[in-house]
Design a protein around this ligand. Structure first.
Ligand SMILES: [Zn+2]
Ligand SMILES: [Zn+2]
Length: 259
């Protein structure tokens, strides 16, 4: 069974579905699901918005846990947050932790102001440099979320990342993920953007060349209709790159066997 390993519901302030609705939608699509509510410590624009009562979240939803409904969290990485979040990761029984960059240099990548007076080349460079800084602090997580998150919000005409433009920095990121035995997410949200599959494939190919083996598939759904979106393209990408599709249960990696 394939798993959608990244989605948001009741405990993410920007989501518009409940866990029951998500479960129904995942079941209809024949997918397992991992709920990964937002946890972003020191979020620059709104420090409280993406934090929640983790014990309540896990206790309240415990009754839904099954082989195909798993409970995780998406931790936003910033160098200043890694140490404290390592303890959060260790002290709760999550199935999976998605580690994600939502900020660079203390700036929110979602905000237009972050890109004022900054070229695309600089923005991607800052983002990757901060990614390396975070990974050097050895965060506790399972899969590295949406490497193309920044593309969703930047104002530049070219909407895609190109491996060659920052080859050395990408290699540094991938080497750290591989060295720390993490998986890499294929975030499916942007896969229908023109050029996205082609340019992302180059990046995942490189991850594989450097020794990467595993990918998770994550829609990052905040609404039910996004669950499992573009998984056909993501499965093909994984195959083309020679990567195995996995999910996590109780922080252990499992292969997704397709039906
Ligand atoms: Zn995210
Ligand atoms: Zn997310």
């Amino acid at each position: 069974m394939l798993f959608d390993t990244h989605m948001h519901a009741d405990y993410s302030c920007d989501a518009e579905m409940t866990i029951q609705e998500a479960m129904e939608a995942a079941k209809k699509s024949g997918l397992g699901m991992i709920l990964t509510e937002h946890w972003d410590r020191y979020y620059p624009t709104n420090p409280e918005a993406f934090l929640f009562d983790i014990n309540e979240y896990l206790n309240k939803n415990a009754k839904y846990r099954s082989d195909s409904v798993l409970l995780g969290i998406e931790m936003g990485f910033q160098p200043s947050a890694i140490e404290e979040d390592r303890l959060v990761a260790k002290s709760h029984p999550f199935d999976e932790i998605v580690g994600s960059m939502h900020c660079y240099r203390g700036l929110d990548m979602y905000e237009p102001a972050t890109y004022e007076g900054v070229t695309k080349d600089q923005a991607v460079g800052y983002y990757l440099e901060d990614s390396i800084k975070c990974l050097d602090r050895k965060p506790n997580f399972d899969t590295y979320g949406h490497i193309d998150y920044i593309c969703r919000y930047w104002p530049y005409e070219d909407k895609n990342l190109h491996y060659q433009e920052h080859a050395d920095l990408w290699d540094e990121v991938f080497r750290r993920l591989i060295g720390q035995d993490r998986s890499l997410e294929i975030n499916t949200r942007r896969l229908r953007v023109p050029g996205a599959v082609e340019t992302l494939t180059e990046l995942y190919m490189r991850y594989q060349e450097l020794g990467g083996k595993y990918v998770t598939l994550g829609s990052d759904a905040h609404v039910t209709k996004a669950i499992g979106a573009n998984f056909d393209l993501a499965v093909k990408m994984a195959r083309d790159c020679g990567l195995q599709i996995v999910y996590y249960k109780r922080r252990q990696r499992h292969l997704c066997e397709e039906k």
